[in-house]
Design a binder for this molecule. Sequence first.
Ligand SMILES: C[S@@+](CC[C@H](N)C(=O)[O-])C[C@H]1O[C@@H](n2cnc3c(N)ncnc32)[C@H](O)[C@@H]1O
Length: 232
Amino acid sequence: MRHNPKILDKVFWGAYTRYAEGQDITGAEKARVEEVLRLLVQFGAKPPQSVLDAGCNNGAYTLALALAGFEATGVDFAPGLLSAARRRAEELKVPATFGKMDLDSVFWYADGEFDNAICTSVLHSVRRPEWVLDELHRVIKPGGLLLVTTWLDEAGHREAFPQLFARPESEPHAGLVTRLRQAVKTLTEPQRRIHYWTSEEMRHMLESKGFEILYMDGAPMLTIVARSLDSF
Ligand SMILES: C[S@@+](CC[C@H](N)C(=O)[O-])C[C@H]1O[C@@H](n2cnc3c(N)ncnc32)[C@H](O)[C@@H]1O
């Protein structure tokens, strides 16, 4: 069967939307959000600077950034997730902005429109990760920060979505997890290969896109803080 990325998006992210809407900013997710905020500030981001949250899901990071005083904009291509994010923003009375955007297409933002950007747990699932980094470099002001987290594949297994397959069948949302697994299995082999990197591959890819690596740590989820270089 010929692989159709649009159908994959619909099946996979449609199921994911319902899965993510059941999640809350608690426990492990809260700790990850706090760590991202801490790193941004440690490496020089200062409220009220602007931050683009590329692949914002249900808005956890965008809202936390806004609550910390940043001018936060979250974009995602899943309408259900964006509705959940907007609902949360209204409930919490947080002035965050959300927009529907496919990261694999041209970003509609101007050059240098954002002081900083984050792209957490997203790069491994877009179709054109190098393009997404080109666009992030374009929309971040020279000298601004990009924080990326991504699942690593240090052993070179090139397994798609390893964390998804590590989840126990018995957990809540087991039916949706099963559907997600089925959707992931429709990924073609080249896609699986493209979407998982070792930490050194990530370093080279970011450097080749005009970023200077300031911080790189963590496995199997790697966190990178990079500065966007001016003359690139
Ligand atoms: C694993 S979630 C990560 C969400 C959030 N950044 C976090 O760290 O919790 C991946 C997100 O990327 C979004 N996404 C995947 N591909 C995308 C694309 N091409 N354009 C826009 N959003 C995309 C999905 O809808 C989903 O919300």
